[in-house]
Design a protein around this ligand. Structure first.
Ligand code: CMC
Length: 376
């Protein structure tokens, strides 16, 4: 029996044509296109088309795909009552995991796993996750729901439904770039979770529900909220160095740093750093950006030699704060984006499926005699 690899480090678990990462050189490509190109020129909708189809759309295809998403923005009948019956203090990641699962009950063929059906279910989830998040936020805040506007993009519409007014173009554009940057990332934990689940021939809703549960963890998508908590905890720029060094001395992790694959600068963080700086200046949050930069500088001196650099979550925290998102919606916004990648992987898995069923190295006892209850 081969040795177990803790955390499956270095194990190749499948083949994919969706995204490529070179962790040494700091490269990320979707279908071969460098992430920087997409962040500069693409949109979230076009990026999702790319991930689901393996190529960029032409103008007519993008218009048709965008229309398909927009006509599904509104929730199916019954879902709104379900949402309005939830506890107002429910945590948004628990809410969205539960409600994506509930969406399956409003689909007459939830278990249909042919490729066109999988795409249709993926569109349902992609279009409705932002609506669920915005409705829930307004409901818990005691504000009237704002209906989706089918003339708006996913990013614009989400901010509109959340805030009840059209977002400034710079804010909507910044969110759109964040969605592009977060849409896919190789065999990350939640994508692996989705593919493992789908390999049983279960269904798209179950796969995405499981993936959301995985993304929630602070070692994965939950780190962006951890970064903001840390930034709020640090009282001033002057206190930053001591805060970081004290944490490192206690062997605590600094949220938003480190990655299993990247041993150089995460290329998504390169873009987010610029975005965060610009938005911070525009919104009067420059001190937050300076604190983030100081953390980065302290980490560079203390641990960069170990290959620990900012990851995608580090500067997304400042970016989301400047866009005006509440702290507990940071990770749910990651969900909006990653549904694109998860669905692409579920479809790829079902295109050439084999059940995931690894072995395990048993280290427990053998031949233990059963002790009757009276003798225990
Ligand atoms: N702060 C301080 N030290 C760190 C950090 C960090 N953020 N990350 C790794 N290290 C150290 C760790 O202490 C260990 O040191 P040593 O060898 O001296 O014991 C070494 O680096 C290896 O760490 P590891 O935890 O074994 O590495 P891993 O590949 O299992 O974990 C990780 C990767 C992302 C879970 C980890 O870097 C981490 O916990 N980072 C903080 C949480 C975070 O930002 N997560 C978001 C990841 S990117 C977005 C996503 O995928 O969702």
């Amino acid at each position: 029996m081969p040795m177990a690899s803790k955390g499956l480090e270095g194990i190749v678990a499948a083949e994919t044509k969706i995204s490529f990462i070179d962790g040494e050189k700091g490269v990320l490509e979707y279908i071969g296109i460098p992430i920087g190109e997409l962040a500069s020129h693409s949109t979230f909708e076009e990026t999702v088309f790319l991930l689901w189809n393996g190529r960029l759309p032409n103008k007519a295809e993008l218009a048709a795909f965008t229309a398909e998403i927009r006509k599904r923005y509104e929730l199916p009948a019954g879902m709104e009552q379900r949402l309005l019956a939830l506890p107002r203090d429910a945590k948004p990641m628990h809410m969205i995991r539960t409600m994506v699962s509930a969406l399956s009950m409003h689909d007459h063929t939830p278990d249909a796993n042919d490729i066109p059906s999988l795409r249709s279910k993926a569109l349902n989830i992609l279009a409705r996750v932002p609506t669920l998040l915005a409705y829930f936020h307004r409901y818990r805040s005691g504000m009237p729901l704002v209906r989706p506007d089918v003339n708006l993009s996913v990013a614009e519409n989400f901010l509109y439904m959340l805030n009840g007014e059209r977002a400034k173009p710079t804010m909507a554009k910044a969110l759109d770039v964040c969605l592009v940057l977060h849409a896919d990332h190789g065999f990350n934990n939640s994508t692996f979770t989705a593919r493992v689940l789908m390999s049983t021939q279960s269904d798209m809703y179950s796969a995405i529900t499981a993936a959301i549960g995985s993304l929630k963890g602070p070692l994965h998508g939950g780190a962006n909220e951890g970064v903001m908590v840390m930034l709020n905890e640090i009282p001033s720029l002057e206190a930053t160095e001591k805060y970081v060094l004290d944490k490192l001395a206690k062997k605590d992790k600094i949220m938003g740093f480190g990655h299993r694959i990247y041993k150089s600068y995460d290329p998504r963080a390169t873009h987010l750093q610029v975005l965060a700086k610009d938005l911070a200046a525009e919104t009067g949050n420059s001190s937050l950006f300076e604190k983030s930069k100081k953390i980065e500088d302290v980490m560079a001196t203390a641990v960069a030699a170990k290959g620990i650099y900012p990851n995608v979550d580090f500067y997304s925290a400042t970016t989301y704060h400047c866009i005006g998102l509440p702290l507990d919606l940071f990770t749910p916004v990651f969900v909006i984006a990653r549904v694109g990648g998860w669905a692409a992987h579920v479809i790829e898995q079902m295109s050439d499926n084999r059940l995931f069923r690894p072995d395990v190295d048993y280290k427990g006892p053998h031949g233990v005699k059963y002790t009757p209850m009276s003798a225990r």
